[in-house]
Design a binder for this molecule. Sequence first.
Ligand code: EPZ
Length: 416
Amino acid sequence: MKEYIINGGRMLEGTVDIRGAKNSILPLLAGSILTDEIIVLHDCPHISDVDSMINILEGLGSKIIRKDRDIIVDSSGVCNSQIPSSLAKELRSSIFLLGSLLSRLKKAKVAYPGGCDIGLRPIDIHIAGLRELNIDIQEQGGFIICNSQNAKSADVVLDLPSVGATENLMMSSVFIKGKTVIRNCAKEPEIVDLQKFLNAMGAKIRGAGTSVIVVEGVDKLHGVEYTPIPDRIVAGTYLIATAMCGGNVELRNVNSEHISSLISKLSKTTCKVYVKNDRIIIKSKGRQKSLDCIETMYYPGFPTDLQSQIMAMQTVSRGTSVIVENIFETRFKTASELKKLGADITIKGRVAVVKGVKQLVGSEVIATDLRGGASLVLAGLVADGETIVKDIHHIDRGYEDMSLDLSALGANIRRT
Ligand code: EPZ
């Protein structure tokens, strides 16, 4: 198994180029089977979640070529409506292939999805929404079997603003005659990106970024070349890394609006954060004051995908911080690994109390999930001595090799 070996204590200096967002590219790839013409996606990082989605699409009959960070998709040959459980278990995002398969082939058979170990990750809201569109859904032996021959436009209200369910319903209604209204939608930037992408293909969707999305059915969609939004979570991860290590780092190709909640938190510390067009510069020195309270919320609130990383930052801040995880029920798994490095964290249900310590001490830790793994790397960058982060395949799901970016900034980190 691959590991990161980190010797802490270095400041970070330099620039990092942020690539296309994993959580945008995955739904865009699902949307690429809505046309039998060529789709080209630019600036796609080499991360394993994208590789998994490409495997799934090829299993459905798509032909896909990767040229550096371009992905070229030819879905003219898509004919298989079943996603094998081996692949569906590997990737939670396989669930929003439901919507695009139903639009393209009028039927779909998907195994219950897998994904990160951060909670139950049910799909009841996806299923309820699709049924509102008069899509027939049977659940049999761990599979979801759907048929959308008699799908009808409808006014659908989501029980909670689920990102995946919003994306699934957008893609399952693009060809349904009439006007489908989706209410209580997620407002994440990736939803806006999906609307822009589908409209560039000829769809008629409006309202993404607000809690009401309206989809007017069209007959067909055509091919398009598209560049996804930059990855706000990767950008946020490196801002937090710099806040912890000290130094002067410039991120290029970022949309600061997408991480305004993090920037506002960092501005409450002694860090200085400057935004210049699509660049963010962060300057940091000395030990930061603890942030009193961080609550994860739906966008534009503080993102749950940065909760583990900000927790790592609070373990070495001056004071006590309370972190509340409102989105997923078990997204504190990495806390027990951070405690192996000397962190002082008390977990009570969805609340974590983090008492800052002067110094973490390097040790061997195990990544439990994608963002939890990233938080262990950040802790290793400031820990005294050597930290070994094991099971880094979790981290490879969402970050091109973190050691390349961080060592280019001066960190002492290498991948075995
Ligand atoms: C997306 O997951 C992201 N993944 C996640 O990023 C992110 O953490 C999450 O949105 C929240 O922002 C992708 O976009 C590929 P949800 P998704 O449906 O769509 C509950 C990362 O690290 N829920 O918005 O699965 C669910 O249990 C990953 O990049 C239901 O109860 O998230 C959770 O508590 C991790 N029933 C909450 O809603 C449902 O049918 C938010 O889930 C669906 C969701």
